[in-house]
Design a protein around this ligand. Structure first.
Ligand SMILES: *Cc1c(COP(=O)(O)O)cnc(C)c1O
Length: 379
């Protein structure tokens, strides 16, 4: 390495990072000292706080976002041969949950501006076997819920929101998660708020709240003893330690979201005029974006994977985001999907790069990432 080269300092920027402070640490220690590590007051406290925040009547904490989605499929009555309409442009769990109950995901292609399921193509895919519609608020931007719920009502279908990437996002002034029959949130460490691992179901249907509580706890009903199981259940409980993290994080949610929004706007400011990429677009119905990731789309002529490799060599982690679900090996083998099945989702997934993103990125981190990216794109 010559002198000039070694002068260009390579930084190592984290792809994502949880925002954990002294309050979270104190709360977890409090739980440890209490001796109650599961099925205790912290989970109930977290459930009330989170349900209240999103505007739902009930919250039921579970061990992951995937577990939350699975229980929604049970509540929707999905069984072998049943169909659930959903999006191919998402994290794989939003379609896997349908398979867990023997159902078939029926994919509908997405809106090229937002990456969310396009209601225009939706109604034509409803059959007598359709049980539910499962929109995903991808990247923290609400799906077009008025159009989706109108179709669902016309056909007597339930709507399950995968809000795992979108806590606090608002659709026409209303928070996501409480817009359908049930909503699922996730708290893995890369999400806007974290409990380590964890998830939350929200619903305003009391019978579903009771069912979710029973299903997550080995099928024990509210009136049952410890070894009485009224239905097939699971151990999807959240620990008190996780709930302690959750209680503090939901209290800090506005701060956490504001930090992320600041970083997103720093990116947009620096990248809006860089040629070769499009910055994320925000729909008019999105009255509040809950920034989960910052994903730019490259021009079709650019070699996305080479650019990711070059950024990585410069200390900037970047990810192809998302690979379309129907092109994952399991889905290709099981359903025979190939390229061309859902062209808009495939185009988005070929061109998208998630840049390092979390609330702790400084302006100079963002400068560094944007300079590296712009330099790589310069002709
Ligand atoms: C994170 C995520 C999930 C699953 O959450 P886990 O807690 O990791 O199980 C589901 N759907 C989407 C869209 C997600 O981003």
């Amino acid at each position: 390495m010559d002198k000039a080269e070694s002068d260009v300092k390579i930084r190592h920027i984290g792809m994502s990072a949880p925002d954990i402070g002294p309050q979270e640490i104190a709360k977890v220690v409090e739980v440890l000292q209490s001796g109650v590590l599961s099925i205790g007051p912290m989970v109930e406290h977290f459930e009330r706080r989170l349900a209240g925040y999103v505007g739902a009547q009930h919250g039921v904490a579970v061990s992951s976002g995937t577990a939350a989605l699975h229980l929604c499929m049970v509540a929707a009555g999905v069984g072998p041969g049943d169909e659930v309409i959903t999006t191919p442009f998402s994290f794989v769990a939003s379609a896997n949950c349908i398979l867990y109950e023997g159902g078939t995901p029926v994919f509908v292609d997405v809106d090229p501006r937002t990456g969310n399921i396009d209601p225009a193509g939706l109604e034509a895919r409803i059959t007598p076997r359709t049980r539910a519609i499962l929109p995903v608020h991808v990247f923290g931007q609400p799906a077009d819920m008025d159009a989706i719920t109108a179709i669902a009502h016309r056909h007597g279908l339930v709507v399950i929101e995968d809000a795992c990437e979108a806590i606090g996002a608002e659709y026409n002034g209303r928070r996501v998660g409480a817009l359908g029959d049930a909503g699922a949130f996730a708290f893995y460490p890369n999400k806007q708020m974290t409990t380590g691992e964890g998830g939350m179901l929200v619903t305003s249907r009391p019978e579903w709240a009771a069912l979710f509580a029973c299903l997550r706890n080995q099928g024990r009903g509210a009136m049952n003893g410890w070894l009485e199981h009224e239905r097939l259940g699971y151990n999807y409980r959240m620990t008190e330690l996780s709930a302690a993290l959750g209680v503090v994080q939901i209290d800090r949610i506005e701060e956490l979201l504001a930090k992320r929004a600041r970083v997103a706007s720093a990116y947009t400011q620096r990248l809006a005029n860089v040629s070769g990429i499009d910055v994320p677009s925000v729909a008019p119905t999105t009255t509040r974006m809950s920034w989960f990731v910052y994903v730019v789309r490259l021009d079709r002529a650019l070699d996305r994977d080479r650019i990711i490799a070059d950024l990585s060599a410069a200390g900037v982690p970047a990810r192809p985001y998302f690979p379309a679900i129907h092109l994952q090996q399991h889905y290709r083998e099981r359903f025979g999907y190939a390229e061309g099945s859902f062209p808009i989702a495939e185009d988005m997934s070929r061109r998208s790069i998630a840049l390092p993103f979390h609330g702790g990125l400084s302006d100079s981190d963002v400068d560094y990432v944007c300079e590296r990216l712009a330099a790589r794109l310069r002709p």
